[in-house]
Design a protein around this ligand. Structure first.
Ligand code: SF4
Ligand code: SF4
Length: 438
């Protein structure tokens, strides 16, 4: 590495080198690995905060989570903790706390809306006026559905709200008519193409184009200059605008998306799965999904899933699923080959399913015929990644491009301790996975 190459970046105190930032070593004495591990803890804490926030929207909180966030926040203050080993331990602890946080949110969702059931969502507009809700907040969606009841306005989900269709307490609203678009980054095209009001309930939000800015509203922590923000859950301005927009006619039918697999639904198939694994009809499980990014390289995930052998089962979650959830993978003797477990926070459902599979098959998680391939964009993914490492899951594939703060040193730690792998070519990766399993 060249002497002047960026090895770290920290500008959090007045000692910052040249008054702009420490980029090789901290003036305070912090080395680059420590700096990156501090960033890691900060990012994991941000991810945990997002899930704790949505649980709090539904009236649930946990002092243990709050205490961890306070502790982690203090740990990364200037001149507090220079110990990389301790920062790694704290990252694992962040993973454990994130498991608790995701469970808190999952229980809050189930208490409010019932346990999800497999269901389909239409992907074209129905006749009438419409509102598109995007983001992750089921609470905001519920309030919108209540306030639009009987008004002749159709409500559509987008991106990470697709799994809402599986919850009985949300599905009961007949005007929740479908899901439009895919992962968050199709917003500019989708919102331009559909003359509907738009409610952004959380990330991921893109700076809007002028042609739909006036139709867009934010709520919760989400904000954008020039976009009307609604504090609380009174969505009258959204509804008023939707009523002023044009009506849609019937659209051509497109392929419906299936979502809403709960832990109970998948676990109820355990007996059949055990039989199918035993007689060789199921060779391997794959957990493929995560936070998607608008990068050409992310095509990997579609190619990877498309080319898996017909005796494999794919579990998926988060917006990364839109890379391939339109594929018809069929089923294996009653077990669907593509199982959408929900939002990114439903990684806790994936954990429950994986543990239950291990128990059913009488093996440890490490011995399960399971490969995890994650797409990683932002900070909730950091928290989830450390949750999986906290469970001592090894050999996770990551891609398509790692966040820039993961430098060579951090990556080598992850490879050495957790056998973390970077995605490569979908076909070669698949062959390698099956060769290693043989
Ligand atoms: S905390 Fe340390 S590394 Fe960061 S800006 Fe201050 S002196 Fe530099
Ligand atoms: S990238 Fe992550 S945070 Fe953004 S919509 Fe997708 S799952 Fe949610």
């Amino acid at each position: 590495m060249a002497e002047n190459e960026l090895k770290m970046f920290c500008y959090q105190c007045s000692q910052a080198a040249h008054g702009s930032g420490c980029t090789v070593k901290g003036v305070c004495g912090k080395d680059s690995t420590t700096s990156h591990l501090q960033d890691n803890l900060t990012f994991a804490g941000r991810g945990i905060s997002a899930y704790a926030y949505h649980a709090r929207e539904l009236g649930h909180s946990d002092q243990q989570i709050d205490a961890f966030l306070t502790d982690a926040g203090y740990t990364v203050v200037t001149n507090v903790n220079f110990d990389p080993e301790n920062l790694l331990d704290r990252a694992v602890e962040a993973g454990r706390i994130n498991l608790e946080t995701m469970r808190l949110l999952k229980n809050a969702h189930i208490e409010a809306y019932g346990e999800p059931q497999p269901t389909t969502a239409k992907t074209t507009p129905a006749s009438g006026r419409g509102i598109i809700a995007t983001g992750h907040s089921l609470k905001a969606l519920e309030e919108l559905l209540k306030q639009t009841s009987g008004l002749g306005i159709n409500v559509y989900t987008h991106s990470e709200l697709l799994p809402a269709h599986g919850y009985p307490g949300l599905r009961k609203f007949p005007h929740l008519v479908g899901n439009l678009g895919g992962a968050w980054f199709d917003q500019k095209q989708l919102f331009s193409d559909h003359d509907m009001a738009i409610l952004v309930t959380s990330n991921c939000l893109m700076p809007p184009l002028g042609k739909y800015r006036d139709r867009m509203f934010t709520t919760g922590v989400t904000r954008m200059p020039g976009v009307c923000h609604i504090d609380g859950f009174d969505f009258s301005p959204v509804i008023e605008l939707a009523q002023s927009l044009s009506e849609y006619g019937d659209s051509d039918e497109a392929r419906d998306l299936t979502t809403g697999f709960s832990a109970s639904t998948v676990i109820s198939l355990a007996g059949q799965i055990k039989k199918l694994v035993g007689n060789g009809r199921i060779s391997r499980f794959f957990l493929v999904g995560g936070c998607d990014a608008p990068l050409h390289e992310a095509q990997y995930y579609r190619d990877f899933v498309k080319n898996l052998p017909p005796d494999s089962v794919v579990l998926t979650l988060a917006c990364g699923k839109f890379r391939f959830n339109d594929l018809d993978l069929g089923e294996i003797d009653g077990v669907p080959r593509l199982i959408d477990l929900g939002q990114c926070n439903d990684a806790i459902v994936a954990v429950d399913v994986v543990m239950s599979l291990a128990e059913t098959l009488g093996v440890s998680i490490d011995e399960l015929p399971l490969t995890i391939a994650l797409t990683w964009m932002e900070q909730k993914a950091v928290a989830i990644f450390w949750s999986l490492l906290a469970l001592d899951i090894k050999g996770i594939y990551l891609g398509p491009v790692l966040p820039a703060w993961i430098d060579e040193q951090v990556l080598s730690i992850l490879k050495e301790r957790y056998d973390v792998r970077l995605i490569g070519d979908p076909g070669s990766d698949r062959d390698m996975i099956f060769q290693e399993a043989a």
